[in-house]
Design a protein around this ligand. Structure first.
Ligand code: AMP
Length: 392
């Protein structure tokens, strides 16, 4: 059965097609700058990768080209071979604790939740409607970044602000990256050979979050009402003293919209270092003796350690820790800095094993009290699996 996992952004469409239940990737690709003067797309096959420049006025045209490419590359002969389309949705609020069929009710709730994730949820609805028009026979499902975190208890999801903000405006922690944390936890449980586990999963990429997962169920996560909470990220500030915002808005006459932009796009590693949001550039800066890059890395790592320590206490221990996403999978130095910072928990890094990128691997020694693993994440396979399981 052929299933497409798609992730629609406001000007992009990322996809991966699987043969299910074998979970074989048949083709993947990315459409970019949709709606702009000139757009482009890239297609990746087993042994081939190519890009094209083309005008893509909207997501519907992108889906039409996608179908043409599937036929051209002999992935499908006829449209009705595409049995399912699973969409990634950023914000599911407290409506969704699992993947569901993208019926009218689900789509209207996703639209309603656009107040919490304006760019993402609007784009996702555009993608759902476009896919329906172009591939009407496929069963569409929606998989939410927030769903895995719906098991978090009020003590961890409420903010100490007026309670009416919650009842009137749904102000609470929803988290994000849930599909990734769920995947990482299931891999860790397979590696540990049991499911009654206490896990801390670090999804650290350009966006970054940590989750505490007990017996496969999410207990807490570091992102909040929006993704700009918790860890320091590429361009997001994460946790800050909220009074800074009103103070700076008055000092520099900054509007709420501008402040939102500063906190999401000009802060984090970029804001501290003044160099880049990319940890590769920060590491290069450190090697050249750039003091602000040194500080950015120290702050970045410290925040991750703080959250791991907090979740260690929240769960009363930890059986394994995982590093995932762009930085977690690839930054040898960041993993070492974190593991060395966890020596109080008895974590002992295996420097040789850690000297790798993007492999699923144990990176602590056999004497380490808490094993740490690199787990390359795979959100698309989770989306495809859920779609397949609902279609079966
Ligand atoms: P993601 O959002 O998961 O795609 O992660 C993207 C981020 O991963 C980049 O902005 C970099 O900070 C980081 N990254 C990717 N490759 C490397 C690498 N080889 N070494 C260090 N960091 C990396």
């Amino acid at each position: 059965m052929k299933i497409l996992a798609v992730n629609c952004g406001s000007s992009s469409l990322k996809f991966k097609m699987y043969e299910m239940p074998e979970e074989k990737v048949l083709i993947s690709g990315l459409f970019e700058r949709i709606g702009e003067k000139m757009s482009s797309y890239t297609i990746k096959l087993d042994d081939d990768k190519y890009s094209k420049e083309i005008v893509l006025p909207d997501h519907k045209v992108a889906f039409e080209i996608l179908v043409e490419e599937l036929k051209k590359n002999k992935i499908i002969k006829k449209l009705d071979e595409i049995k399912g389309i699973g969409h990634r949705i950023v914000q599911g609020g407290d409506y969704f604790d699992k993947t569901v069929i993208a019926d009218d009710d689900a789509v209207s709730k996703i639209s309603e939740l656009a107040t919490l994730a304006p760019l993402h949820n609007k784009a996702a609805v555009t993608g759902i409607n476009a896919a329906k028009e172009v591939i009407p026979g496929a069963m569409e499902t929606v998989t939410f970044d927030t769903a895995f975190h719906q098991t978090i208890e009020p003590v961890n999801y409420m903010y100490a602000v007026p309670y009416e903000w919650y009842t009137k405006y749904k102000v609470r922690k929803y988290g994000a990256h849930g599909t990734s944390h769920k995947y990482i936890a299931s891999r860790l449980n397979s590696l540990l050979g049991r499911t009654n586990t206490k896990l801390i999963t670090c999804h650290i990429g350009s966006g970054a979050s940590v989750s505490a997962i007990r017996d496969g169920i999410c207990v807490d996560t570091s992102m909040g009402l929006t993704p700009n909470a918790g860890l320091i990220m590429g361009t997001r500030c994460g946790d800050v003293d909220t009074s800074i915002l009103t103070y700076m808005m008055q000092k520099e006459n900054i509007t709420p919209k501008e402040m939102d932009n500063i906190l999401n796009k000009k802060s984090g590693l970029l804001g501290i270092s003044g160099v880049s949001n990319d940890s590769r550039d920060i590491e290069e800066g450190i090697s050249k003796g750039n003091e602000r890059c040194v500080l950015a890395q120290k702050m970045y790592v410290q925040k991750i350690i703080d959250y791991i320590a907090m979740y260690y206490f929240e769960m009363g221990g930890v059986d394994a820790i995982a590093f995932s996403a762009g930085v977690g999978e690839n930054s040898i130095r960041t993993r070492i800095d974190i593991m060395e910072g966890l020596s109080v928990l008895g974590v002992i890094p295996d420097y040789e094993a850690n000297n790798c990128r993007g492999e699923e691997k144990l990176v602590t020694t056999t004497e380490s009290k808490v094993p740490c693993y690199i787990i390359p994440t795979d959100e698309e396979i989770m989306i495809a699996r859920d779609n397949y399981n609902l279609a079966k």
